[in-house]
Design a binder for this molecule. Structure first.
Ligand SMILES: [Zn+2]
Length: 529
């Protein structure tokens, strides 16, 4: 029978502890709305006692549409030797005006005496008093037992005593935290089992960090032992090696072991949510991320590809569409004609035009890869190439001339200027633009010229630009390969260029990226490829 597991997202609090991650209050609100749309039950919004930005978020969230999702404010137990009603942290938690409050307290004796520097008894009182006080204010209270697993291993009686204190204070849910992420799956199972037996009828949660690469596995193991709430973050963002990745947690629980976390109909939005959060965090999405990464259902070897054409189950354990992702077939010098045929079919193209059947295209691609192109990393360029070979490509604009000037002045500043002349359907356009480098200047000039004819060009942006000097030639005359990754609100695509001239290689990759965007938009608008 399906059992409900509550998902508690802490992307906005623990997630922002991750290196390079910072969200403004407005960005937090956008993420919260996205997660609420997904049907996440709890969203931890921040620590109102720690910074004004989090307090501002809670104020904005009061009037926002976050559906049935419960927003929670996070903070610590009262300070030592302070009355709860006088404690500034508890005061700030109440000021956030959320229905649910999560407070953390120490469950490891070492942390109590050595780090916090209070007596074991005072720590137990701090937990009891703080929760009793918050309950008197009619709040739902979640207690995070920090370092619980280490604490239990060091001093089980004391660790259990902290839980007893939280329960005596009438905490609603007790969350066992593997705060430093060092606990093994077997230990998690064993400890959760014992704790559950010691407190029958109590609702428990798990908060796992990923320092051993086990956060998702530990969370699932805890659920198998009867835990009913999982804390984690989207994409596993978080301090050090991060938290349990809720995307993997949800898919595994729901599609693999039949526990319900969110509505079945929402699972297909997980890929979009993962990319949405990575976009706001401004961190390139991880290609290898389970289920939602670009490579999660990418097949490269010719044998694999012909097998999945017969039956996808041969190499896929979940249907890509079920999680909102898609199958990709990569074409490289390792692939055979089945990859090209699959690709053409996917793009709705017919092969054979201009005498280019799949055999001839494979041959051409192998030759180009020998020259330094790399198509498994540049599917955008590959699609255009197949279209060009088979006579199914129509240039959306023609280039008449391009000039780039680089200037380095006495102050050591360097600036580039590009002038470009293009025409679209007989109409000419000349523009100039500056940039902090030659490629940037060309990109700016080209977009400026094109935006008059194709306004949607503004939606796209470059997210990565990689230059690799190819082996086999020497010095500044060596060949270079440029790989560009681009995105708009919906898709990510890669293109490639190769030349002895870095500007020329960049131009090839850049122009392919723009062609790809324009033909994608056109297909969308007309419903044809
Ligand atoms: Zn944490």
């Amino acid at each position: 029978m399906e059992k409900q597991v509550l998902i508690y997202d802490t992307t906005l609090r623990d997630g922002t502890q991750g290196e390079q991650i910072s969200f403004s209050a407005e960005e937090k609100l956008r993420i919260a709305q996205k997660l609420a749309d997904l049907g996440i039950q709890y969203i931890e919004g921040g620590w109102p006692g720690s910074n004004p930005k989090d307090m501002r978020f809670f104020q904005m969230a009061k009037n926002a549409r976050i559906k049935k999702t419960r927003l929670t404010a996070f903070g610590s137990t009262r300070r030592a030797n302070t009355l709860p009603e006088k404690d500034p942290n508890l005061k700030a938690l109440l000021q956030a005006e959320t229905q649910t409050i999560t407070i953390f307290g120490k469950a490891w004796d070492l942390h109590v005496t050595e780090i916090l520097g209070v007596s074991l008894e005072e720590n137990v009182d701090m937990i009891f008093d703080s929760i009793t006080y918050l309950k008197s204010k009619d709040k739902e209270v979640i207690f995070d037992a920090e370092h619980f697993f280490n604490g239990y291993k060091a001093n089980p009686q004391y660790a259990l005593k902290t839980i007893q204190a939280a329960l005596s204070g009438r905490a609603d849910i007790i969350v066992l935290c593997d705060t430093n992420g060092g606990t093994m799956v077997g230990e998690i199972k064993e400890i959760v089992k014992t704790v559950k037996e010691s407190f029958p009828g109590v609702s428990f949660g798990i908060h796992a960090h990923n320092d051993c690469g086990l956060a998702v596995a530990n969370s699932i193991a805890a659920v198998e032992e009867g835990v009913t709430m999982i804390h984690g973050t989207i994409n596993g963002y978080g301090e050090r090696c991060g938290n349990a990745d809720l995307i993997s947690v949800i898919v595994n629980l729901q599609l693999k072991i039949g526990k319900r976390c969110i509505d079945d109909s929402k699972i297909k939005y997980l890929t979009e949510v993962s990319r949405y959060v990575s976009d706001i965090a401004n961190i390139p999405p991880l290609n290898e991320r389970p289920f939602v990464g670009r490579s999660a259902f990418a097949h490269k070897g010719g044998i694999h590809v012909s097998a999945i054409q017969k039956n996808p189950l041969a190499y896929e354990h979940v249907k890509p569409g079920d999680v909102g992702n898609r199958r990709r077939v990569l074409v490289s010098d390792l692939s055979g004609k089945s990859n090209i045929e699959y690709k053409a079919n996917e793009m709705g193209l017919t092969l054979g035009g201009n005498g280019y059947d799949s055999n001839r295209i494979v041959k051409e691609i192998k030759q180009m890869e020998d020259q330094g192109y790399q198509f498994d990393a540049a599917e955008g360029s590959l699609e255009l190439l197949i279209k060009k070979f088979t006579g199914q490509f129509k240039e959306p604009f023609s280039l008449h001339s391009l000039r780039v000037i680089n200037e380095k002045n006495m102050d050591g500043q360097s600036i580039s200027q590009a002038t470009i002349k293009i025409s679209v359907g007989g109409e000419e356009e000349i523009t100039a633009a500056e940039g902090n480098g030659p490629v940037n200047a060309i990109d700016n000039a080209l977009r400026k010229a094109l935006s008059k004819f194709y306004p949607r060009i503004k939606e796209m942006g470059l997210i990565d630009f990689k230059v690799r000097v190819l082996e086999g030639s020497a010095g500044t005359a060596a060949k270079v390969r440029v790989l560009i990754e681009s995105r708009d609100g919906k898709d990510i695509w890669n293109t490639v260029g190769v030349s002895e001239n870095i500007i020329e290689a960049s131009w090839q990759a850049l122009i392919d990226s723009i062609y790809f965007k324009l033909s994608k938009d056109q297909a969308e608008e007309t419903g044809f490829n």
